[in-house]
Design a protein around this ligand. Structure first.
Ligand code: HEC
Ligand code: HEC
Length: 304
């Protein structure tokens, strides 16, 4: 029976064991509490095995069923740049030359087209030609005539041309959606009336039919030749000749003009009408011969 007292002996026999027991009696509950806290906290945060409470999941669940993109028809329209339109639409074919499209920055592809003048290119872009779909396949609600014009300028100017940026249409015209030149569109009745709309349309078409917007009036445009010449110069020719773009002889620069003025005037007219070097025929416009000659007269008289 010598084992019996052993069974009832206290487990703690030495002072060292006593100290260990005291420390353990504090430490163990604390560790358990800490572990429980971490466990409980993690559970609410993560939700084991699912990310159903993640921010993305939650916002997807509480998102509205349908979203309406409201466009204020009266808000000033923000036009895309030529580059933006090119990248969004035209590059599909023009970047690679797909379907025989003149390739972007390939001046050999573009030179004969650029020679037709900006106006022709613009209208081709609007109406289509061969495998080239009208407006690159977009609708006038997507891209206005003006934005298409900017894309044409962007493409052509990156491929050897130096067309001027087309004039910005007025707000009235923008509201009508399509800027079909010279059409005081029905959509424009919305606000400032048709007078402003046709004015804006005329401004947009100025490169095409510059004399029509000459201050002197349209039907009798050539009656006052010097007026018409000055008007055409202002609207078309000064794009290059005011600053000497592409080495165009500068307006009023006697030294630049002197060697040219040694030619008979008919030769000079001819250059202006049919082009010479980087000078496009009629400056890229479709003005009448008489008005181009009048513009030449106006420029020549300023250089004498
Ligand atoms: C689906 C392909 C395609 C898209 C998209 C496209 N083009 Fe074209 N584009 C062509 C082809 C093909 C030609 C050559 C047509 C020809 O000469 O028969 C061309 C020619 C042109 C020309 C030269 C026209 C001429 O008179 O020589 C211009 C300018 C032009 N495109 C502008 C644009 C603009 C601006 C856009 C974007 C808004 C655009 N294109 C989008 C295929 C495309
Ligand atoms: C795209 C730019 C550009 C536009 C727009 C432009 N010109 Fe020029 N023009 C030139 C350049 C460049 C020359 C020099 C050509 C050369 O000598 O090789 C030039 C030269 C001329 C000359 C001198 C020709 C000579 O050597 O005798 C006349 C005249 C002329 N332009 C008239 C006009 C008229 C008129 C208009 C408007 C209807 C016009 N130009 C619009 C670029 C332009």
């Amino acid at each position: 029976m010598s084992e019996a007292p052993n069974n009832h002996e206290a487990p703690i026999k030495t002072p060292g064991q006593l100290i260990a027991a005291i420390i353990a009696s504090f430490a163990v509950p604390i560790i358990v509490i800490v572990l429980l806290a971490v466990y409980a906290n993690n559970w609410t945060r993560i939700g084991a095995g699912t990310d159903s409470l993640s921010e993305a999941e939650v916002s997807a669940r509480i998102a509205p069923l349908a979203q309406v993109d409201i466009r204020d028809a009266n808000a000033p329209r923000v036009y895309k740049t030529g580059e933006e339109v090119y990248k969004a639409v035209c590059s599909a074919c023009h970047a690679t030359g797909a379907a025989g499209a003149p390739k972007f920055t390939n001046s050999a592809d573009w030179a004969p087209r650029i020679a037709q003048g900006f106006d022709t290119l613009w209208h081709t872009a609007l109406t289509g030609k061969g495998a080239m779909p009208a407006r690159g396949g977009t609708s006038p609600d997507d891209y206005s005539d003006y934005e298409i014009a900017r894309a044409v300028v962007y493409m052509a100017n990156n491929s050897g041309a130096s067309f001027a940026e087309p004039p910005v249409p007025s707000a009235t015209q923008a509201a009508s959606g399509t800027a079909a030149a010279a059409a005081p569109a029905s959509g424009a009745t919305a606000d400032a009336g048709t007078a402003a709309a046709s004015q804006a349309a005329a401004a947009l078409a100025s490169i095409a039919s510059a004399p029509a917007t000459a201050p002197g009036g349209d039907a009798t445009q050539s009656a006052d030749a010097s007026q018409a010449g000055k008007a055409l110069y202002t609207q078309v020719c000064q794009a290059c000749h005011a600053a000497g773009v592409l080495n165009a002889p500068k307006f009023g620069d006697k030294a630049a003009w002197a060697p040219r003025l040694k030619d008979p005037i008919d030769t000079i007219y001819n250059y202006a009408l049919h082009g010479k070097g980087a000078m496009p025929p009629k400056g890229g416009s479709t003005a009448s011969d008489a008005d181009v000659k009048a513009a030449v007269d106006y420029m020549v008289s300023a250089a004498k």
